[in-house]
Design a protein around this ligand. Structure first.
Ligand code: MN
Length: 727
């Protein structure tokens, strides 16, 4: 459908707004190139509309606006954003782009273009595409930033997609893109991505929290006003140029807190923080001014000492700088106050691009540069397959960190949970492969390789030529560098064992007058009870080739002429179930065709989705299940929407945890409530009572969430039971 006059006006208007957000774009040459890119994209996408009905060109324009306005990128990025879907979706080629806009832009567009499905033969299209995007990181970090802008706009317009696509995109977003945004310091984008993805995976909870936030908004802002008043007056007398605002937590982080602590919305005490942003003329003074403001606040409200967070002396590894303190408000509640300069604030909100902008005059590598170098190392390692790579990247996005010192006294940052071995690998692969332990803080005791690093530890690695590489090492490292190094080593030693196994097998077959072929291999796989050829050769390497056993195995008829599991696993078959149809779980459906995922134990009434497993059974997961999220980020084409109504004759396993004060008769009251309820069948119960505290765990069968919620509210009414929650 042709673009109407009204739409045309709207598109032009949005496009022109780019120049308001990007100063460098007004430069004459740049402006010309940007207009050229816009005209080309306009023409290329002409006649195409998005699922929402909007003309397609609106999407690249919006992505360009996000890149300029919310990430603070410049002209090259704006051009690339405008053109980002041209090669993937239209007849233009990379060569055209290169001729018209130069090689640099063409490279960025290449990084943003998906691998066409027909040339793909690996295990996971999504993992492979993600790897491809990241590969360009080594040339240009802008690719990732534009990709994030693209993802943000797609999430903002996810409404018009069918449900199974919404799950796929939303889970990919919370699994990879939000952590990536966080890692690059794009705090606002990360928060919005998380909230949007939560909106589609847990719509009911999202709506509920959102509404509660709206209702309490007025109350919060008047509280902030009153709280800020004395601070404001005092700071003014010192001639500070500043702004104080209240910052509300995101819907998703409120929900996470409610889940983690098992509390209600009303019980989340730190729903908002107070932020002070001040202008500073002389950059060298900004840290000192942070502490000055801290002192002013501490004179008015008493600070909670243990809650001071100093991210100005040691910034977070994603570049975040800010001074956080928690004080006691007049109402007796704890309030977090964040103190930062305008420069720090810009970095906190726009992340990487802003960090770069301020970096020019500083020398030395920041933690963010170090991370990008680490990713580049990972990318150079051609051996890892896309799925391992995905896990490596995911691991490198870790948020919590520990700081330790090496033997030269330099600080090194590691993800929380890192061990002595991670430390050794970070310094040098050779060092790690000869390490047997470490001295921590000059102690006498030798700590083992799996000792977990603590903040401030001084680490000295001990080495010996006697050390032998062990594949199990992989179990006690968390950093991606260590993981991929260990995997490489393991592969090397595994590969030589496999070769030895093949040699032994062929020698034995030869002595029996056989030649190895696929039908013999299939029989041997069955006889040795392994699933892959490599495993077969490894087993023969370990056990030797017993000629008698081989003869018996080859003579035997194959038990199962059907497809073997290992064939299925490696054939990358499309699922037999039509993902475009809703999978209806009803009385008529065979019980073999689906299963309830044990990782999240959903029951009817929960928001659920289906994943088609390799054996073509549908496993039913909650939409918020972490395991399902990982699966969907790899195999998005195996998601199916599910209709799951309560069945009179079927009940499902659910568990609750009870907390309360222990008193005589409480156990009796709890069991009575459960037995009186006709819709519930108890399966197991365990009780712990210690120092007057009562904690119970009960498993039972219910028909649906209605039964469960009913039971929970009845249990909550029992005297001295303080809290009941589903686990
Ligand atoms: Mn796009």
């Amino acid at each position: 459908m042709k673009i109407t006059e009204e739409e045309k006006k709207q598109i032009e208007e949005r496009f022109e707004s780019i120049f308001d957000y990007c100063k460098g774009c007004k430069d004459k040459d740049n402006e010309e190139r940007i207009r050229k890119a816009f005209r080309l994209a306009y023409k290329a996408h002409d006649g195409v509309r998005r699922r929402s009905g909007e003309p397609y060109i609106i999407h690249p324009v919006e992505v360009a606006i996000i890149a300029a306005k919310e990430i603070g990128l410049g002209a090259k990025s704006v051009i690339s954003a405008l053109l980002h879907d041209v090669v993937e979706d239209t007849d233009y080629t990379l060569e055209d782009i290169s001729n018209l806009f130069g090689e640099k832009i063409a490279n960025i567009i290449d990084g943003l273009t998906k691998i066409p499905e027909e040339v793909f033969d690996g295990q996971s299209m999504q993992a492979e595409n993600f790897r491809k995007t990241l590969l360009t990181l080594s040339d240009d970090v802008r690719v990732i930033l534009i990709k994030l802008a693209d993802r943000l706009h797609n999430m903002r317009t996810l409404e018009s997609m069918p449900a199974r696509k919404q799950y796929k995109i939303a889970s990919e977003t919370s699994y990879l893109y939000a952590p990536l945004a966080h890692r690059l310091g794009l705090y606002q984008i990360k928060t919005e991505l998380e909230d949007l993805s939560f909106k589609y995976t847990e719509p009911v909870a999202y709506k509920e929290i959102n509404e509660k936030l709206k209702i309490t908004e007025q109350e919060r802002s008047s509280f902030v006003e009153e709280f800020a008043k004395p601070i404001r007056e005092k700071l003014k007398t010192y001639d500070f140029d500043f702004e104080i605002t209240g910052r509300t937590k995101s819907v998703y982080s409120i929900w996470k807190k409610m889940q983690k602590q098992g509390i209600k919305f009303e019980e989340v005490y730190d729903i908002f923080a107070v932020r002070i942003v001040f202008q500073v003329e002389i950059p060298e003074r900004e840290k000192m001014l942070c502490w000055n403001i801290y002192t002013v606040i501490a004179e008015i409200y008493s600070p909670i000492k243990s809650r001071l967070r100093d991210w100005i002396t040691t910034p977070k590894s994603n570049g975040y700088e800010s001074l956080h303190t928690t004080v006691m408000g007049n109402n007796g509640k704890h309030i977090e106050v964040q103190i930062r300069s305008n420069r720090m604030n810009e970095i906190a909100e726009k992340g990487y691009a802003a960090h770069w902008k301020y970096k020019s005059d500083k020398s030395g590598e920041s933690e963010l540069d170090i991370w990008i170098n680490k990713i580049q190392d990972l990318l150079k390692n051609q051996n890892t397959n896309a799925l391992d790579f995905l896990d490596d990247i995911k691991a490198s996005l870790y948020v919590d960190e520990v700081y330790v010192f090496d033997s030269k006294g330099n600080t090194r940052t590691f993800p929380k949970g890192s061990t002595v071995l991670d430390f050794a690998y970070a310094i040098h692969t050779d060092l790690a492969e000869s390490a047997y332990g470490a001295k921590i803080n000059h102690g006498v005791k030798i700590e083992p390789l799996n000792y977990k690093l603590k903040n401030g530890d001084k680490v000295e690695i001990l080495r010996s030529s006697q050390v032998q590489f062990k594949p199990e090492w992989e179990n006690f490292v968390v950093t991606s560098k260590a993981k991929s190094d260990i995997r490489k080593m393991r592969k090397k030693s595994r590969q030589s064992s496999i070769h030895e196994g093949i040699r032994k097998l062929e020698e034995a077959l030869d002595s029996m007058g056989f030649v190895n072929n696929s039908s013999i291999t299939k029989k041997l796989l069955e006889a040795y009870e392994v699933q892959t050829k490599d495993d077969l050769y490894l087993k023969i390497f370990e056990q030797g080739a017993d000629v008698e056993f081989l003869r018996k195995s080859i003579d035997r008829k194959r038990k199962n002429k059907d497809v073997n599991y290992w064939e299925l696993q490696f054939s990358n078959k499309k699922p037999e179930i039509n993902v475009k149809e809703i999978f209806d779980i009803n009385e008529a459906l065979s019980e073999d065709s689906y299963k309830i995922a044990p990782c999240c134990n959903p029951i009817p009434g929960d928001a659920v989705l289906g994943l088609i497993e390799l054996d073509n059974r549908v496993s039913v997961h909650k939409t918020t299940c972490k395991e399902a999220e990982g699966f969907m980020s790899r195999y998005g084409d195996r998601i199916v929407s599910i209709k799951w109504k309560t069945q009179k004759k079927k009940s499902f396993l659910a568990s609750v945890e009870l907390h309360g004060r222990d008193r005589q008769g409480v156990l009796h009251d709890v069991t009575r409530v459960i037995y009186m309820d006709l819709n519930v069948n108890m399966r197991a119960m365990s009780i712990n009572a210690l120092d007057g505290v009562f904690i119970g765990h009960i498993d039972f069968y219910v028909h649906d969430t209605e039964d469960l919620n009913d039971l929970i509210s009845k249990l909550e009414q029992i005297k001295s039971i303080r809290q009941v929650r589903r686990v």
